[in-house]
Each structure stands twice: as C-alpha cells, then as structure tokens.
Ligand binder design. Structure first.
Ligand code: GLN
Length: 492
C-alpha cells in the first residue's frame, strides 16, 4: 500500500479505521520527499520534528476515542508566503532568508484546529511574482511530468509537491493565476476562491485587492474538503466576508443536467495552443452529453485584462513591499552610512530582478504625473471586465475555458523575456480582477504533459464550480488513459 498516492478522503478513512497511524503516514511522506526532492525542488524548508510530534498526539487522541477534526492526521504543505508560527517564511526571497514568523496566518490556525499536520513550506516565485517558480532566490522547482520543464508559478512548489505525491494537499495563493496555472501545468486540481471568502491575514501581501489563498489537491472531492477548512469570516482581515457557512462537500453532485455553460470566444482565440483547445472541447463534449447546455458567449474586454493586471498588481506591490526596508523585517545590508543607505542597499541586494521590475513599474504608474493615464485607467478597465462577467452570469451558471494558453514550457525559455512570461496569465487574470472564483482541473494530456480545464463561477458560486468539476471527473476517462500520476512518470 503506497499511501503517498492517496487522496485526503482515502487517507482520512485509513486513519479513522486505524489501518494506518498518522505517525506512519507522516513518516511515509517524509520518506517520499527525502527520496525525490533533490530532483524536484518543491520544498524550501521542512518541519519534520514538529510534524512527527503532532502526529503522535493525533494518534493518541484517536486511541482515546476523542473527537477529531476534519483533517486529523493529514499532512499538508504551505506556500512560503503564508506564515506559520515558528517556521521560516521566505517568500522565495533572499530578503526574508532568516525571517521566522511569530504568529499563524488565520488559514493555518484553521487547518491546525482541524488536525492537519504541516510538513513544510513550498518553493515559489519571489513574493509570488512569476509564472514558473524560476524567480525564487533558492531553487528551481521542476515539473514532475518532465523535469526539463517548469511547474508553473507562482505556487509551483505546492503544485509539483501534490503532483509528485510528496503531499496530498498544499496551499497556494493567487493574485493573477498562481494556483490554477501551476495546477494545470502539474496535472492537479487548484481552486481560487471568491475574493473575501478566505482570510488573507498572514498571507504576505503582493496585490491586496487581488490576492486569495486556495487549495491544491489531487481531486475535486479533496478540493471541497480543503475549502471547508479554509473558508470563514475573519475579523483580522477587513476584506473578509461574513456569510453563512457552506458545506462544500454537499456540492459534490454527479449531475449537471440543465446547467448552462458558457464558452467565451476570446478564451479560445488563435493565441491558445490548438491541441489544448481540442482537449478542452473534448471535456465540454463530455459535459454536453451529460445534459449541460453549452453556448458561445463574448467577454469583450478580455484583451485589456492582462495590461490592466500588469499595471494594478505592480502598483499595489510597490506599496505593499515598501515595508521591506531592512529595519522592520528580514535582512539588513551590511554596509551603510545612513538610514537611507539601509533602505537602498537592503532592497538593492535583497530583491531579485522581477520584484525590482514590478516595484519600478508600479511606482511609475502611481506617480502623480501618470496616475490618471495608467492606474486610474486600469481601474476603469477592471470595472468593465467585471461587468462582462456579470452579464454572462445573468444567463449562465459557469464559464469553461483552458487554464493556460500553452503546455508547460521549458526551464529558461521565458525567464529573460518578461512579456512572454506575462502571457502565461492570459486566461486567469480576469477572474482575479473581477474577484470571482475558478478552478483548474486536469482534462487530458498533450505529448504526455497535462492540460488544465478552467471552470469559472460567479462570486460565491464555488458550489457550482465544484459540481461541474466533480461531474466531469466522475465521467471522463482521462485517468484510465494515463494511469501514472505525476511523479511516477519519472520514477520519482
Ligand atoms: N503570474 C502572475 C504574476 O506574475 C500571477 C502571480 C500570482 O498569482 N501570484 O503576477
């Protein structure tokens, strides 16, 4: 029995039925990580001692018949921009190399309360800026399906870890696509919840009006289980929304008869790889045969989404990252003669190229002479994009599209060409700009590389997205076509 290939729902049963102890489970995942991570590079740091201790406590509770949380004894991994008390939180940056968090993010508190066991922190693009995990100051994470390719980003470590069976569930964060795009590249499920649904308290801010934390899992059922443990009002996050608690597992219904599905023509244009489109159309056909009513629609402002995002996200970043000044957090430059020197030298030495590029673009866009021309204009575009979605959702339940315009690209292919890297986010940024929700799930393979299907839902309609995804997963044969999951392909 190789427990590392199993889903949360399978492992949960095994723990509860005492077929395996949490201690054995945690050990198995560490063995897997120790065997594979030199090649794969998913993790920045591990938490072995504390994790094994915690597993022992869970096993004791189980023995005593005590009540257990929903994720009792389940190992999880956390992107390195979500803080965990007592663990390093680097954000993939040299600047925070030795920063240890004094507190838990709200999502971490929730996960711990459910009994989840934190195994380690995963690699990411520096401060979540990137689409390949190559901008990390520490290492390049590889795609488990082809070690010469990127796992996507910025939550590339989390997606690669789930795909290669190093962990059944990892947290990512999305500002413009950083959960869905790596999930697509690595052949796993990634969910970006509606803005305000999951607390951002303890997530290191990149662009606060866009950032959301979300789960990366092996299947849709696990995704619902994960959402149950993450969602909820938090007074520590002023954008958190107080809504009635939903049991997302109830959305796992294998039936979509009569559901109205929209295909936006702008998401299938000539910039999208032909073979990817074929796979997505195949998935649409499966859903149509099951009774979904499918029509083509238009989201006319789509072409302005990427330029608007690449003004707004850097603008917010330039302000958010001002706190990394060598005084309050992390590293301080060794040589300085004045306070101003500390700021300049620390930031010059500590930040990588992509982060500096964003800070410069953002500062420029917000400067008094250019504010109207760039930032203000981009905000207006953002409203138009939101209205495009509002209109479609008046009539339709979900929108389907590919998640990415291309299959996973080669390491080094785009890292020196920022604009071509930014194009990776073509199909994901609009959802963040509109604050709505979306999931990416595997829908087949092109040249043995996974393809992602994006299911977009209106604000707070996570249940519809899960239902469509669950129905698709239960009725499509993609797993049968490729029995090996993730890392197994590479003997990882
Ligand atoms: N790739 C996008 C960027 O570089 C999105 C990143 C993210 O969602 N964190 O900004």
């Amino acid at each position: 029995m190789d427990v590392t290939t199993m889903t949360i729902h399978e492992l949960r049963d095994k723990i509860r039925n005492k077929e395996i102890s949490s201690y054995e489970l945690v050990e198995s995942f560490f063995n897997k990580i120790e065997k594979t991570d030199e090649k794969l590079g998913s993790f920045i740091s591990l938490n072995k001692e504390k994790a094994l201790k915690k597993a022992k406590i869970i096993d004791k509770k189980l023995e005593n018949g005590e009540e257990l949380g929903d994720l009792a004894g389940i190992p999880i991994a956390i992107k390195d921009n979500i803080v965990v008390e007592g663990l390093k939180n680097t954000c993939g940056s040299e600047l925070l190399e030795n920063f240890v968090s004094p507190y838990d993010a709200t999502v971490i508190k929730r996960l711990k309360a459910e009994g989840a066991i934190i195994i380690g922190k995963t690699n990411m693009d520096e401060f979540a800026m990137g689409s390949s995990t190559e901008t990390s100051a520490y290492k390049i994470t590889k795609n488990p399906w082809d070690l010469d390719r990127v796992p996507g980003g910025s939550s590339g470590g989390s997606a690669a870890a789930v795909s290669a069976n190093q962990i059944p569930f990892a947290l990512g964060s999305s500002t413009g696509g950083s959960i869905r795009q790596p999930a697509s590249f690595c052949g796993v499920v990634g969910f970006k919840p509606t803005y305000g649904l999951v607390s951002r308290y303890g997530l290191v801010a990149f662009a606060s009006s866009l950032d959301q934390i979300g789960p990366i899992t092996k299947d849709v059922e696990d995704c619902a289980i994960a959402l149950n443990s993450l969602v909820g009002y938090d007074k520590m996050d002023s954008t958190s929304i107080d809504r009635e608690k939903i049991d997302y597992k109830k959305a796992l219904i294998n039936d979509i008869k009569g559901l109205k599905v929209a295909l936006p023509k702008e998401y299938f244009d000539e910039r999208i790889d032909k073979k990817i489109k074929e796979k997505v159309y195949d998935a649409v056909k499966v859903l149509e045969e099951l009774g979904a009513e499918v029509s083509e629609v238009s989201l006319p402002h789509t072409e302005y989404a990427l330029p608007a995002y690449y003004i707004l996200a850097p603008s917010e970043a330039s302000s958010n990252l001002a706190r990394f000044d060598g005084i309050r957090y992390g590293k301080r430059a060794e040589n300085y003669e004045s306070t101003e020197d500390i700021f300049i030298n620390t930031r010059s030495e500590g930040f990588g190229e992509e982060v500096k590029r964003r800070i410069m673009v953002g500062t420029y866009a917000l400067s008094s002479g250019y504010y109207d021309a760039y930032y203000d204009k981009a905000q207006r575009v953002r409203t138009l994009i939101k209205r495009d979605f509002d209109k479609v959702f008046e009539e339709y339940d979900v929108i389907l599209s590919p998640t990415t315009p291309t299959p996973p690209f080669k390491i080094g292919e785009k890292v020196d060409d920022p604009v071509s890297m930014y194009l990776s986010d073509l199909l994901t940024v609009s959802v963040n700009l509109a604050g709505i929700c979306a999931m990416s799930m595997p829908c087949g393979y092109v040249n043995d590389l996974p393809v992602g299907l994006q299911i977009i839902g209106n604000a707070f309609e996570e249940e519809k997205v899960l239902r469509v995804g669950y129905t698709y997963e239960k009725n499509d044969k993609i797993k049968e076509k490729t029995p090996e999951i993730g890392g197994e392909v590479n003997g990882l």
